[in-house]
Design a binder for this molecule. Structure first.
Ligand code: 3SL
Length: 235
């Protein structure tokens, strides 16, 4: 297994298709996706474009769909929910299909759509992703951070590093970013919540009363779900 880390969707190579691509948006899209599926959502379809989301979701029965729209950390007007994982409780999402567009996270998922398998990873479902990688042993793995509008983000690299560091005895690192990410995680392991408060998006969320969200997003392995892309979205 050879692991490559790319800090943002923009840095993903334009050539080559990995056996497995893992999108990471700790604050908060991939955390929210894992939470929604653990709460019984039927599936999650991601969109980079809000209009496209509205058009596609129109064909789905209104009582069985939830439209999620986030821009700049806030809920988009007219959408059912924003991106706080705490809103995705079983009573709200069970049996419903989620149509989701966020500032960065859904873009990274769309960017790697052609990979042979596509996963969404967060700290909260790290163990499920590691288990999948150990069982399936993909030859090449691209871990793609979502960043913030094209720039690096500390929290996504921490999670990429958590994947890489946990597999370092079983895998090779394909680029310097993978080595750096693993080092970052090993340095902050056990204190990732503190690190997330220092991240620029952590600070942005704190200004939006998101402290509880950050604390939850920093938790390790609290849900046992593997969001994996299929023709019907992430299931
Ligand atoms: O950028 C994203 O995709 C979001 O996760 C950002 S936020 O945490 O909802 O503000």
């Amino acid at each position: 297994m050879k692991i490559f880390v790319y800090h943002t969707p923009e840095l993903v190579p334009t050539e080559g298709i990995p056996d497995c691509a893992i999108a990471v948006d700790i604050l908060r899209a991939t955390t929210t996706i894992a939470t929604a599926l653990a709460a019984g959502a039927e599936g999650v379809q991601v969109f980079s474009d809000l209009d496209e989301l509205l058009r596609v979701s129109e064909a789905h029965p209104p009582e069985l769909r939830i439209r999620v729209g986030e821009r700049g950390g806030k809920t988009v007007e007219g959408f059912d929910l924003g991106n706080s994982p705490f809103d995705f409780t079983p009573d709200v999402v069970k049996g419903k299909r989620i149509f989701m567009s966020t500032t960065n996270g859904t873009r990274s998922l769309q960017k790697v759509q052609n990979a042979k398998s596509v996963l969404a990873c967060a700290m909260i479902n790290l163990g499920s992703v590691l288990k999948y990688l150990r069982e399936t042993k993909p030859e090449t793995v691209w871990i793609v951070g979502s960043g913030w509008e094209g720039s690096y983000s500390l929290e996504d690299t921490t999670c990429a590093g958590a994947i890489a560091a946990n597999l370092e005895d079983e895998a090779d690192f394909g680029n310097d970013e993978a080595v750096a990410a693993a080092t970052l995680y090993k340095t902050w392991k056990g204190e990732v919540e503190e690190l997330f408060y220092q991240a620029s998006h952590g600070k942005r969320l704190l200004n939006l009363n998101g402290a509880e969200d950050i604390a939850y997003c920093a938790k390790l392995d609290v849900v046992d779900v593997l969001p994996k892309q299929s023709s019907a979205g992430l299931l």
